[in-house]
Write a protein of this length. Structure first.
Lengths: 462, 462
């Protein structure tokens, strides 16, 4: 009654578990490959299929999502190949023993040849709106599901949080991404840094991410430096002065022992002209009270706060009158419940399809989002078919990949950042607020409603 | 009053944001490098420092943690180097303009030369117990903080969840890791698969992860295959028979339209000898009722369930009498709130240190965990100094890296899996339960208590 267990007697082949883009063809769920083999066997692999990626519901407490991760998705589609050694590894599993021989030649010759439609990175989207559509030969469109969901789910989550945090903190606040130690793998820290900066953050402390993204890394100092210098060479002030000598632009972390005592001593040093202090960081305690006291002691110094912050805590700090100019965000930015994007077949060979499982109904057909603005504010969206015409609305999905080729060059992070800011500014107040936010109204177009009913009926009578 | 903003006008240098172990030296927070430069300037870089990695509190609702990720940590320490191009990139930032020249030669010649003590992967640990200690020249021990926390925080979280799920599901259940599409980056999906299998799962659907780990990948089929084959070639049964022809050992997904109708038709096919069905999967609906009905229709077939499952839902399904033999776990396994490990300086040049910020006190000195068992069950732990002697207790931290060299070969995943099972079996009932679990009592040894008081006093009078 049991299926065979896998054999885990063998030792890991690759202890480091790092990842190169050359690995990505195998970064997929097994069933994508078994289904592909099945399609080949049935001569269906070249049937034209359309899959759409969307979320059924927004994450709890969110009124919108900021789409992100498309760049990594397109880069993946462009480079995707199966090497001879990857094909041998698949064959060696024995799982494909009954698969048709043509399956292997298909993998050998494979490159992604389809079209992709997507909303640009930094666009606000809501539940049941397609973020991306793949139109490609059935087996190709199926194969890429896992990676596309992986990159878009995660970066969209981080971008949305980052946009909310920027919205709450205000345009003047400095927002620093400090999450690497809590990110879910080294690569997750890179993707988090990218999405955070593209959605409004100013910098990341992650050196590798910053260099890869063409940004300057940012950071202050750790408690351990104060502890180490205090233990070996004397006072906390010696630690401050020493670090400041080498990194005069860096903020000093003042709460290792007693933040106010440290600020008082620093105020004297500033007054005496012994230090040109630019910033201090508080990482514990009552940030409202402490920041107010530090501000009165060091009025010309930038005050950074960190320590398990999120958009809620920042809103609370501001409301209570904290004197904080910059925030370092880590854990709450880069981890948590995901944006649960799904990727569903909506059409094959021109025939609309939909999943009709209980409570999981999807809309059939290839769709477009039509967005209506008034004085720059979103009035509502209409989700329709690609054949529908805009009615003084803006269609959001654009073609980004055509017959296997990119339509445009990668965007600058700054362009995406600008688009995100515009997107957030276009949201109604009730969509932006943190407490019980509400998405704008999403209408289903008459033609899509009709097609949905028709597709449902076909299935019911079949 | 503001610090300079970083320049994000430039385009991303590396759009794919993949990661190689050669990148890992820069996968660190900027302050690790600026502090290192400061230590070099002060001639303190070779001072012998000890840092310990631990969690202050267990994640909400957890009674224990299963330590995991050490293998990747050791692999990192072994391979860590700075290449000339990495050093140039750091210099080009301008951040280190006032850093001493010796800093650059230190990076050039760097290899990790310290000792590491750690609990073996698969060990159960509790709050305030060191999972790992690095004893190394100050700057080296500091530099590696970010990566060590990254690997151990994430894999420990996944391993703990996987162990809890195995504990609830029982030894007979098949547990499959399906989380790649929701994992926080491709590399996160690899690390999640490793940690899940090492802590008791049977397999992963992630082909790359399985191959890297030396396991067989596992999976069933997707709704899209049923939809595609139904749309192009006829009935749902045709879809089943077709897939079964190529993958006779694979379970069939039966809930695309109506799970019970599908099971009834499959039962007829089984009876007529037209299909040698091994398994079916349910991904939606009332899993208790559906699985019971499917069991009565297909008594000899393995029933898999999936769809946003976690240990709580599995416990509920079992309590309500669901007939489920295997579970596919994704989102709830691989995402969520992290294990908030921290890495704190506990000694420098033989001088014990502790952070004394409000509510964030740490224990000073190099420590050992002494665990007391009775009839194989943990009676309690005593956290003491390394100079304390065990009192009919088992010391948990072992030396794993000595003067920059691994003390032992990497472990087989199966060894770690076995250790995890033994560890969970050794936990008291109140620690294993899902509802308000309680950790065993953790005692602070007399010598550690004394040292803590002494270190606090020193600081207060200084």
């Amino acid at each position: 009654m049991k299926l065979d267990y896998p054999d885990i007697e063998q030792i890991a082949l690759d202890q480091e578990l790092s990842i190169s883009c050359k690995d990505y063809s195998l970064l997929t769920d097994l069933y994508q490959l078994t289904m592909a083999a099945c399609y080949v066997g049935e001569g269906l692999e070249q049937r034209q299929a359309s899959f759409e990626l969307f979320v059924r519901h927004l994450p709890e407490g969110f009124g919108y999502l900021i789409a992100m991760g498309l760049e990594q998705a397109l880069d993946y589609l462009e480079k995707l190949r199966f090497s001879p050694s990857q094909i041998s590894a698949l064959q060696a599993t024995g799982i494909f023993a009954d698969a048709p021989a043509e399956f292997w030649s298909l993998l050998t010759e494979f490159r992604f040849t389809g079209d992709v439609w997507a909303v640009p990175e930094g666009t606000a989207v809501f539940a049941n709106e397609p973020i991306l559509r793949v139109e490609a030969p059935l087996w190709q469109a199926q194969l890429v599901e896992t990676y596309l969901l992986n990159t878009i789910n995660y970066q969209t989550l981080i971008a949305t949080r980052a946009a909310r945090i920027r919205d709450v903190a205000g345009v003047q606040a400095q927002l620093l991404e400090f999450g690497t130690r809590r990110a879910f793998s080294p690569q997750a820290s890179l993707w988090a840094a990218r999405a955070a900066i593209a959605a409004g953050f100013d910098a990341t402390s992650n050196v590798l991410a910053a260099l890869k993204l063409g940004c300057q890394p940012s950071g202050t100092m750790a408690h351990s430096l104060v502890m180490a210098l205090t233990a070996t060479s004397g006072s906390e002030d010696d630690a401050f002065m020493t670090f400041h000598e080498y990194f005069p632009d860096s903020a000093l972390l003042i709460d290792t022992y007693d933040a106010i005592a440290a600020a008082e001593r620093l105020a004297k040093l500033v007054k005496a002209g012994e230090i040109q202090l630019t910033g201090v960081r508080l990482d514990s305690g009552d940030l409202v009270k402490l920041s107010q006291q530090v501000r009165s002691l060091l009025p010309d110094v930038t005050i950074f706060a960190s320590g398990d912050l999120d958009e809620w805590k920042i809103a609370e700090l501001k409301e209570k009158g904290a004197c904080i100019d910059g925030y370092g965000l880590g854990t709450k930015l880069v981890t948590g419940a995901p944006a649960n994007g799904v990727y569903k077949l909506v059409e094959i060979d021109g025939i609309p399809t939909m999943k009709q499982s209980l409570n999981k109904v999807t809309y059939p057909g290839r769709k477009q989002i039509f967005r209506k603005f008034e004085a720059g504010i979103i009035q509502g969206d209409r989700v329709g078919l690609i054949t529908d015409s805009p009615q003084a609305e803006q269609p959001l999905l654009q073609i980004v990949f055509k017959q296997g080729e990119r339509v445009q060059q990668p965007e600058h992070l700054n362009e995406i950042r600008q688009r995100t800011m515009t997107a957030v500014a276009s949201l109604p107040t009730e969509t932006r607020r943190l407490n019980h936010p509400q998405s704008p109204s999403i209408e289903i177009s008459a033609s899509l409603r009709k097609l949905t009913e028709k597709t449902q009926r076909v299935k019911t009578v079949s």
